[in-house]
Every structure is written in C-alpha cells, then in structure tokens.
Design a protein around this ligand. Sequence first.
Ligand code: SF4
Length: 123
Amino acid sequence: MNQNSRRDFLKLSTLTVVGAAALGRLMTPSMAHAQAGKKLPMVAESEPQAKALGYHVDAAKVDVKKWAKKGGADGKTQNCGNCMLFNGGKVTTDKDGPCSLFPQKLVATAGWCNSWVKNPAAK
Ligand code: SF4
C-alpha cells in the first residue's frame, strides 16, 4: 500500500465511522428496536399520562364533550397519523408509530390525544 492509497483508505474509514455515527443519531427509538428485532410496546389508554392527555386508540371514539379540541371545526380529521408529534413528523401508512410525548412506546396511527398539532406534511 503506497502513501496515497493509505491516505485514501484512512479518509474513507473516517467518513464511514462519522456517517455511521450520524445515522445512529437519526434513528428513532422504534427504528432502533426494529433493527434489534423488537417492537416497542403500545401506549395503553389506562396509563396516567395517556389519561391526562385524553389519548384514545380510536380518534373517532374520543368524547368530544370532554375534549373540546376534538369537537372543534377540524376535530374530525385529527388523529395521530396527521399530528406533528407522530413518527418524527414523517407521514407513514404504518398502523402505529412513535410519539414524542410517549418515549419508548408506540401510539396508534388512528389514535388521538389533546396535544394534537397539525402536521403540515400530512394531507
Ligand atoms: S401528541 Fe399527536 S401523535 Fe402523540 S398521542 Fe397525541 S395526537 Fe397522537
């Protein structure tokens, strides 16, 4: 191995390590679990935080008298799948995904809670 090819090898190795480290930082907890062959547990409606936020696995079954936001003008279209806090803001057709309010757990794409914020990337 001459000096130029050794230098090229070291540059490529460094870039590979830096790239792998950056990719690791971009992975969501669910992606990391998927790579490990595991799936994160689902948020249960009975959990204290879920109860406090009015989380329901089926957005259509939310008590709109109790949760005025869901009963508002655009309430019928609100669900986890079009919430900014769902799946890192990326739209997905998966039936569940991570929510930044519930670390290390998944919420139903068809779910809803009172912290819903419109995701401009969702239709
Ligand atoms: S914050 Fe958004 S994604 Fe998370 S549970 Fe509430 S509505 Fe669903």
